[in-house]
Design a protein around this ligand. Structure first.
Ligand code: PEP
Ligand code: MG
Length: 549
């Protein structure tokens, strides 16, 4: 038995025969040609066909992986229309009197190298996209069909790397798993594999052509592949695989069904996300909306403070992809454990109790206004909720709303369209907010309980300090009472109340939260369907079976 190790993309198990996925052999005519005009025309026709193919791939990827992830193919279509790239290829054809294939090979390779030489990791990664479209243009010129490379039997495909267009073109019903010698865990291929829920290993250096046709098992949980596994291991992993499949099938049956208890109590199950790349997971797991978009990841993923335009693009992408679902974007929650160099925040004695979240925003007004303007502009593209974190007083909420109003007036004057159905809410994650919940509820449309911070502040347990684990009780009665008080206070004033902290996904507390009257639970995308299952098995007309009632 041989073992290969790599970076696992999906936790599951894949069992099947290995198929080495090889590019079709592209034989390029390197001789000089007589009729450059005819070659230019051939090149243009091949590019046109490749653009049409990108649009087909886009439609397929929207279905398989979601609109956001599919966008790579629109980018490819745009790259294929790039004048500089096309001029450089035509220049090789006419200047050097070479075939369209030769010019495509050289011209695209130069262009890819230009991206590969860039410092910015995002731009660097675009080199792979250029190589991808180069392959399509070449196949069109040479009359090759790469779709046939997958074969007709279900298999685990192995390659040095898969281009995004290759991944999307694969017949999913025949695709058991994927293994790449190269490829980063953030490559488009990895993103596609993740959103299609296909076990995949990246950077598996042991990949070898001799694996072709052999029995194999990918163990995504342990990031490895076993080639010709022995009988005992096969038995254990097959049992785990069957168990996973059963669970998955049960969960898939819940897609499209409401999160309603047996006695008819409906609660909305939303997803927590960190940015546009999570939109596919929201759709795949059938979340009804986004209850928490941690916008600070847009800041954390950037070397410099993101501009209004950059933020607008990120928020718009999420809102547009998920419309008409509600997407609640939390304003920047920087500070405490989330520090960023360009923010120049002082080192503090007690960062969790320090200068963070809305405290930064209210004292750095231009910074806050940039985000609010981006959010308000994006609101025209979907159903937006704006949520302020770490609130402890009515004064803070009013100030946030005043600054938002100032932004709204400016934008209207500048001619921007702003939605009129934006919901405004706050995170209830401090004991102060719980105790002032009646007054705060008068100010907003919704509350979202941030149970991670609420637990840390209520129990005076630093959530970052592993030494305190023995003292920590995630079901502490004080936290449960705080949740109950908040829900009741919200409802007294017509304010809906959700939970977006980790406790929302704790199915041992689902009955408790529903009995408290919670309106929404927002959890990581993978927990959406298990939570829906838990909700649908409850009957609140029966006596309570759990703590906290
Ligand atoms: C929380 O505090 O519960 C919460 C959802 O926010 P974060 O974990 O991002 O602080
Ligand atoms: Mg928090």
């Amino acid at each position: 038995m041989l073992v290969g190790n790599g970076k696992s993309i999906v936790n599951g198990i894949a069992i099947g025969k290995i198929k080495i996925y090889k590019e079709p052999e592209r034989i390029i005519n390197e001789n000089t040609i007589d009729d450059p005009a005819a070659e230019v025309a051939r090149y243009e026709a091949a590019v046109e066909k490749a653009i049409a193919q990108q649009n087909v791939l886009y439609e397929k990827a929207v279905k398989d992986a979601g609109k956001d992830i599919a966008e790579v193919f629109l980018v490819h279509a745009m790259m294929l229309e790039d004048d500089d790239l096309n001029d450089s290829v035509k220049e090789i054809i006419t200047g050097q009197k070479r075939s369209a294939e030769y010019a495509t090979q050289k011209g695209y390779a130069n262009y890819a190298q230009m991206f590969a030489d860039m410092d910015d990791p995002y731009m660097k990664a675009r080199a792979a996209d250029i190589i991808d479209i180069q392959g399509m243009v070449l196949d069109n010129l040479l009359g090759l069909d790469s779709a046939s490379m997958q074969g007709t039997e279900p298999s685990i495909l192995v390659a040095d790397d898969f281009a995004p267009s290759q991944t999307v073109k694969l017949d999913k019903s025949l695709l058991l798993g994927m293994i790449c010698r190269e490829g980063s865990s953030n490559s488009h291929t990895a993103i596609l594999a993740r959103s299609m829920n296909i076990p995949a290993l990246m950077q598996c250096k042991e990949v070898d052509d001799s694996w072709d046709g052999k029995d194999a098992i990918i163990d995504g949980k342990n990031g490895c592949v076993y080639i010709e596994p022995d009988a005992d291991l096969r038995k254990v992993l097959t049992a785990r695989h069957e168990e996973d499949l059963k669970k998955e099938a049960l969960l898939q049956e819940l897609k499209g069904k409401p999160s309603t208890t047996i006695d008819g109590y409906e609660v909305h199950v939303y997803a927590n996300i960190g940015g546009p790349s999570d939109v596919g997971a929201v759709n795949q797991n059938d979340a009804e909306g986004v209850g928490l978009f941690r916008s600070e990841f847009v800041y954390l993923n950037s070397k410099e403070e993101p501009t209004e335009e950059e933020q607008f693009v990120a928020y718009k992408r999420v809102l547009e992809s998920l419309a008409p679902k509600l997407v609640i974007i939390r304003t920047c929650d920087i500070g405490a454990d989330k520090t960023i160099d360009y923010m120049n925040l002082d080192k503090e004695e007690n960062p969790a109790l320090g200068y963070r979240a809305v405290r930064i925003c209210l004292t750095r007004k231009p910074f806050f206004k940039k985000q609010l303007r981006a959010l308000l502009r994006a609101s025209a593209y979907g159903h937006l909720g704006i949520m302020f974190p770490m609130i402890i007083s009515v004064r803070e909420v009013r100030e946030c709303k005043e600054i938002m109003e100032e932004c709204r007036q400016e934008l209207i004057k500048e001619g921007y369209k702003i939605a009129d159905n934006i919901q405004i809410g706050i995170m209830v994650e401090t004991p102060a907010a719980v105790l002032c919940a009646d007054e705060l509820a008068e100010e907003v449309d919704f509350f979202s309980l941030g149970t991670n911070d609420l637990t840390q502040y209520t129990c005076a347990i630093d959530r970052q300090n592993a030494k305190l684990e023995p003292f920590s009780d995630t079901h502490h009665p004080a936290v449960l009472r705080a949740i109950k008080m908040t829900i009741e206070a919200g409802h007294r004033h017509g304010t809906w109340v959700g939970i977006c902290g980790e406790l929302g996904a704790d199915t041992t507390l689902t009955e408790t939260f529903l009995r408290y009257g919670v309106d929404e639970l927002s959890v990581n995308p993978k927990s959406v369907l298990p939570l829906r299952k838990a909700i649908r098995s409850l009957d609140l007309s029966k006596p309570a079976t759990v703590i906290g009632k």
